[in-house]
Design a binder for this molecule. Structure first.
Ligand code: GLP
Length: 244
């Protein structure tokens, strides 16, 4: 779906998320959201906060699972995705922080495998993710599933691609300060979501969007796997669509 601008697209995505939250509320069930970080979803979160403050949208029945986190990182570090999510969304709505799940960047390395298995099991124990939102990195990564990620991959520790670390250097001051690893949900984890929304804004994303949408399905560009999903929709603005 191509929109005139990122604001209009973000409003529609927030509206869709709000509808799912309210539907579940009406059924007396919890809504399970898969959340993303980065610049792309910020306007979606702003609109969700507005819906909470001005239209009474409650997050009391909402459970969240974030896609990824740098490893290692402390949750209060400026670049941590825990901090990002608090600042951009959680601190401004009535969510119960016990319902929030974000991969733990502070674990000793020998506990990561067990943590990742548990993360998958927790998602399953809530009945799976109702809607997963995604950005896209210039390597074609979704979450931190870099080129080479298998379609059935699960939550795991990954090594970050050089281009990803270069793109993250604006947040860390320099590339050398960017962690070399991250914990991410896998492609298989993402595919289990009942609905997948990928968003991309501006011409900076145009060439990777062309590859993701029109290119051959390949592990070299993990976002191309989404071509095989019946449940995935790309929400992009005019800028990101110019090469299609
Ligand atoms: C990071 C995140 C991804 C995100 C990507 C794009 O790598 N781990 O989940 O999709 O950045 O970020 P942005 O939205 O800032 O372009």
């Amino acid at each position: 779906q191509i929109y005139a601008n990122d604001s209009e697209a973000s409003f529609d995505i927030a509206k869709r998320i709000a509808t799912i939250i309210k539907q579940k509320q009406a059924e007396g069930r919890q809504a399970v959201l898969g959340l993303a970080t980065g610049v792309s979803p910020i306007k979606v979160y702003k609109e969700l906060i507005r819906l909470h403050k001005e239209e009474g949208l409650s997050f009391k029945n909402v459970v969240t699972f974030n896609l990824d986190e740098y490893y290692p990182i402390q949750p209060d570090a400026e670049q941590s995705y825990v901090r990002f999510m608090k600042e951009q969304l959680f601190d401004h709505v009535d969510i119960d922080m016990a319902n929030v799940h974000i991969p733990d960047g502070t674990l000793p390395e020998n506990e990561i495998t067990a943590f990742c298995l548990d993360y998958e099991q927790k998602i399953n124990s809530y009945g799976g993710i109702d809607v997963q939102i995604l950005g896209i990195g210039r390597t074609g990564h979704i979450g931190f599933n870099e080129p080479g990620s298998a379609p059935n991959s699960g939550t795991r520790l990954v090594t970050l691609n050089d281009l990803t670390r270069r793109d993250a250097s604006k947040d860390f001051g320099s590339k050398e300060n960017v962690p070399t690893k991250a914990i991410t949900m896998g492609i298989g984890t993402i595919f289990k979501a009942r609905e997948i929304i990928l968003m991309a804004w501006s011409e900076k994303k145009a060439s990777i969007i062309k590859k993701a949408v029109e290119g051959n399905i390949t592990s070299d560009v993990p976002a191309t796997y989404l071509q095989t999903s019946q449940n995935a929709t790309f929400y992009i603005d005019q800028g990101a669509s110019v090469e299609l």
